[in-house]
Design a protein around this ligand. Structure first.
Ligand code: ADP
Ligand SMILES: O=P(O)(O)O[C@H]1O[C@H](CO)[C@@H](O[C@H]2O[C@H](CO)[C@@H](O)[C@H](O)[C@H]2O)[C@H](O)[C@H]1O
Length: 464
């Protein structure tokens, strides 16, 4: 694969020379930067498309850049993560765009100019929507729109400032465009699954209206760069709602049950739309082995986990034992990263599931593999536990009510109650709690006691 490919041919040579020192400082500070903790030692340009010439009042470059970082000890050789950037170029930045500043250029062709994250700027954001509306082709950028779905003109953009793994722009409370930041070639489940669900007529997921991809010379697979979907105006995410109810001392059972029903609707539609497979002894053994490996790696990384590791192993060996006895399980495409923050409740009381990207740190091929649907269920059950632990005083009973209601709601729609398969459920809940221990130790040490409390409980209780 060519390391540097210019797809439009119009971007001024040496652009990266102007940006390099500024990006080295700016990129690692972004919430969506995946390589935290290791310095950026350089960049290579994967693709560059000039959307507005830099010699005008406002220049605009769409860039795909690879960030080079030193490898951690023992890591596989890796070319570096590729990021999508929309770079605005101006003589000076108006005060309203100050939060978007990347820096003032003092080398290369843009010397003397100011560069900034152009998603914050209405004009570039409008330009993206217009390109999607008109199904534009600009260099290697492909702006696609679902047949029969219209985008009207004149929608005013505003960037979403919430902490996100990607970046989103809302257009006139009608659409939301999510631009993926760390991009990989291949089919992206964040587009693939909502499209499949929309075609299946599943009403629990906002149907993609339009999307943006890049086709790079010399590469067989395109990159999904962004997805536009209807904006659920006035919706509240499940995490906020759960905390609000907890603070009021209110029961969340009815909502948990509705969430269980919504999860089952999505799973049922995904099983209709995409292939399902039967997991026999060998596959389940591999699955259990993977969980054990993650536990061992987590115990290496987080010392607090070590005393519990032997007891936790039994959750995974119990699963392998069941498989050895000849039990089989059905696997299908699932959400892959389900928690309360991925569920939106509309003012009319409907639940919607969003963000089908899966765990972004995992390779695409792994994220697209069929898996037992209980993995999503375990994610939600862990989320109820998280919410309960955020409340003062801690609300174990509240989480138990949610758990029962969620599983019942799931069973009402799917015909299968996850509690009837306790070994599988326990294995996935344990696996998720171990993931959370590592995540919190790395990103939010103050939160570590939340998954650790679950680990202690799991280690102390024996299913047999
Ligand atoms: N269709 C939508 N309607 C309303 N808000 C949305 C919609 N999709 C996403 N959001 C909001 O944007 C936030 C980020 O979306 P998400 O897909 O989770 O992005 P990321 O992958 O960056 O975390 C969500 O937490 C939610 O609040
Ligand atoms: O939202 P992301 O896909 O980036 O997921 C990561 O961050 C989540 C926190 O923002 C983290 O979720 C954990 O904390 C939540 C409360 O903040 C809780 O609802 C989840 O159940 C819990 O797992 C998630 O694990 C991580 O991948």
């Amino acid at each position: 694969m060519a390391e540097t490919v210019t797809i439009s041919g119009t971007t001024s040579p040496g652009l990266l020379a102007s940006l390099d020192p500024l990006l080295r400082e700016w990129l690692p500070r972004q919430r969506w930067f995946a390589g935290k903790g290791r310095p950026v030692t350089g960049f290579s340009l994967v693709a560059a498309t000039e959307l507005l010439p830099a010699d005008g009042r406002l220049g605009l470059h769409h860039l795909l850049v690879r960030a080079h970082q030193p490898l951690t000890l023992g890591a596989e050789p890796h070319p570096g993560d590729c990021y999508q950037l929309l770079i605005g170029v101006r003589e000076a930045l108006p005060p309203r765009l100050a939060p978007a500043l990347i820096g003032h250029v003092d080398q290369g062709p843009l010397t003397g100019r100011t560069v900034y994250d152009a998603l914050y700027d209405p004009r570039p954001a409008e330009l993206l929507l217009e390109a999607l509306r008109t199904r534009a082709r600009i260099g290697g950028l492909r702006f696609e729109r679902e047949p029969g779905r219209e985008i009207r003109t004149g929608l005013v953009p505003r960037v979403v400032t919430a902490e996100q793994s990607n970046s989103s722009v809302v257009y006139g409370d009608t659409f939301i465009l999510k631009l993926l930041r760390r991009i990989v070639p291949g089919v992206n489940p964040d587009l693939e699954l909502p499209l499949a669900l929309a075609h299946e007529g599943c009403p629990r997921v906002p149907a993609p209206t339009a999307w943006l991809t890049a086709e790079l010379a010399g590469e067989s697979e395109s990159y999904v760069l962004g997805v536009l979907q209807p904006f659920l105006q006035g919706a509240t995410d499940g995490w906020e709602l759960a905390l609000r109810e907890l603070a009021k001392g209110e029961d969340f059972g009815a909502e948990a049950r509705a969430l269980g029903r919504a999860t089952a609707e999505v799973h049922t539609a995904l099983a209709r739309a995409l292939p399902t497979v039967t997991l026999g002894h060998t596959q389940m053994q591999l699955l259990a082995d993977g969980m054990i490996e993650r536990l061992d790696a987590a115990a290496q990384a987080v010392p607090a986990l070590r005393p519990y590791a032997p007891a936790l192993h039994s959750a995974f060996t119990a699963l392998a034992d069941l498989a050895a006895e000849g039990r089989t399980w059905t696997a299908q495409r699932i959400h892959g990263d389900l928690h309360l923050g991925q569920c939106l409740r509309s003012p009319a009381g409907q639940w919607w599931l969003i963000d089908f990207e899966g765990e972004p740190s995992k390779p695409l091929a792994e994220r697209r593999m069929p898996q037992p649907p209980v993995r999503d269920i375990a994610g939600m059950l862990r989320s109820f536990d998280y919410a309960a632990h955020s409340a003062v005083p801690q609300a174990e009973g509240w989480a138990e009510t949610c758990r029962a209601a969620y599983c019942s709601g799931y069973a009402e729609v799917s015909g299968h109650d996850p509690r009837t398969d306790p070994v599988l459920l326990r294995a996935y809940e344990t696996d998720k709690a171990i993931y959370e221990v590592v995540y919190e130790a790395r990103h939010r040490p103050d939160w570590l006691p939340v998954p650790m409390a679950a680990i202690e409980r799991y280690a102390a209780s024996d299913l047999h």
